[in-house]
Design a protein around this ligand. Structure first.
Ligand code: CMC
Length: 428
């Protein structure tokens, strides 16, 4: 293939170099377009055809349903690695040795407390606040308690910021849930692992010793791994673009949490369970809801179906579907919405509307069923997604800053009024 793309505008032809990735993805490098053409730009709402950066973190092939972190397949990582190892891999590029992992975890534990005044902020939230709103505010508030900015040219400064957020974020996640449930705020322990501490902080009751259920632990670990990164999705792009203004890591992550909240992105896991419950309450008639999803006059969408990039099975959904069966079985939980979900999937996979548009179950379709079996409230589902996505956001922020990427600032094509003179209020 030629290494050059040619663009003809009127009489003029312009040449642009092609950029090739390690998996042979090809992009046209249009950096010089506006200058060379005297002002022509590209327009691509939703960035469906636009690469915002080059990245060495996550590879995904939506046509074939492939997802890899730093070259390792999601299937292998979900089966063989644990979440903290995956976090290290995403952030620093290589799987850690035992020594590196121990140091990483120790440094995280050293930072796994938050300023006690954070409790006053939590106290001020109404109990019925959405946990994503609380989490995003608390993450932003961390900036006030840890004001020093990160010198990105200092490896030590970067590392310290990373272990700080990795340590404090699970505390904020757990406290967000405890606030909603009216439980006293607690802390983890140095004697147990990262995921175990998340569970202890979330579920421990004030009047009993908390015992880790290994089935729940393994399932949570797997879910966090599956959510850990997904290249340039909405929230990650938000983290990168906010960070590109040299806003700090905590502020950038807080913005990412807000982006994740929406039902078209991470908020879909909550929306899926609410949808399945509504179908159940309506008599379990999946055909009726399939009809609604296909009706262009009806705003209803089959939540947990479809993906901007996957035009095949989301590999994460395949793993989660198996895990949902196992976890519910192991915990002895019978959840009728699992059957409704399977029924919907079955119908969608053979329905012309869904087949033609290549709409398959995504990561959010089955995850809520597992979270609910773990006794996590529905409004907390997207918070759990955020906990899993944290290492991905950190890795992408770090990569963006180390590569000294310019501030993200798209252009537009203006379609408003042309110049018109101001008219005084008494003349309008
Ligand atoms: N139910 C019914 N129709 C759908 C759905 C759905 N869930 N998803 C897409 N379509 C239709 C859509 O109406 C359009 O039809 P047409 O070509 O006739 O206009 C076509 O499929 C293409 O959809 P699109 O909205 O142009 O695709 P997109 O890439 O802009 O949107 C999406 C991707 C994920 C926002 C969308 O599929 C959706 O809204 N899904 C439901 C929400 C959801 O599950 N989100 C979680 C995504 S995975 C977790 C994450 O990484 O965030």
């Amino acid at each position: 293939m030629s290494e050059i793309a040619k663009l003809q505008i009127g009489e003029n032809t312009y040449e642009f170099p092609l950029v090739k990735g390690t998996e042979d993805e090809v992009a046209i490098d249009v950096k010089t377009l506006r200058g060379a053409t005297g002002g022509v730009i590209t327009i691509d709402p939703g960035f469906k055809n636009t690469g915002s950066c080059q990245s060495a973190i996550t590879f995904l092939n939506g046509e074939e349903g492939v997802l890899r972190y730093r070259g390792y397949s999601i299937e292998e990582l979900a089966e063989k690695a644990d979440f903290l190892e995956v976090a290290y891999l995403l952030i620093f590029g290589e799987l850690p040795t035992q020594e590196q992992l121990d140091k990483f975890y120790n440094d995280i534990l050293d930072n796994a407390i938050v300023d006690d005044d954070i409790k006053k902020i939590i106290d001020a939230f109404p109990k019925n606040s959405h946990p994503m709103g609380i989490l995003s505010s608390l993450t932003s508030a961390l900036t006030a308690f840890n004001p020093s900015s990160v010198n990105v040219d200092s490896e030590e400064d970067m590392y310290n910021a990373i272990v700080k957020i990795m340590g404090k974020f699970p505390v904020l996640v757990a406290w967000t849930m405890r606030k909603v449930k009216g439980l006293p705020l607690n802390y983890g322990s140095r004697k147990i692992g990262y995921v175990e501490n998340v569970m202890k902080m979330m579920f421990e009751k004030p009047n009993e010793d908390y015992e880790i259920n290994p089935i729940v632990r393994d399932a949570l670990d797997k879910l966090l791994i599956l959510h850990a990164d997904h290249e340039q999705n909405c929230s990650t792009s938000t983290v990168r673009i906010v960070g590109s203004s040299h806003a700090g890591l905590f502020a950038s992550i807080s913005a990412g949490i807000s982006a994740l909240w929406g039902p078209l992105h991470g908020g879909a896991n909550q929306a899926v369970l609410e949808m399945l419950e509504a179908i159940k309450a309506d008599g379990g008639d999946t055909k009726k809801y399939m009809g609604k999803a296909k009706d262009k006059e009806d705003p209803f969408r089959l939540m947990g179906f479809g993906h901007r990039v996957y035009k095949n099975f989301d590999p994460r959904a395949k793993i989660i579907k198996v895990a949902a069966d196992e976890v519910l079985d192991d915990l002895g939980v019978e959840d009728p919405v699992l059957d409704i979900a399977k029924g919907l999937e079955q119908e969608a996979l053979s329905d012309e509307y869904f087949v033609k548009r290549k709409l398959y179950p995504n990561v959010d379709f089955y995850s809520g069923i597992i979270y609910r079996a773990m006794d996590i409230p529905v409004e907390m589902f997207t918070v759990m997604f955020a906990l899993g996505r944290l290492p991905g956001w950190i890795a992408q922020w770090r990569e963006m800053r180390l590569r000294k990427e310019p501030i993200g600032r798209p252009r537009q094509v203006y379609t408003g009024e042309n110049y018109r003179p101001f008219v005084k209020i008494n003349k309008r």
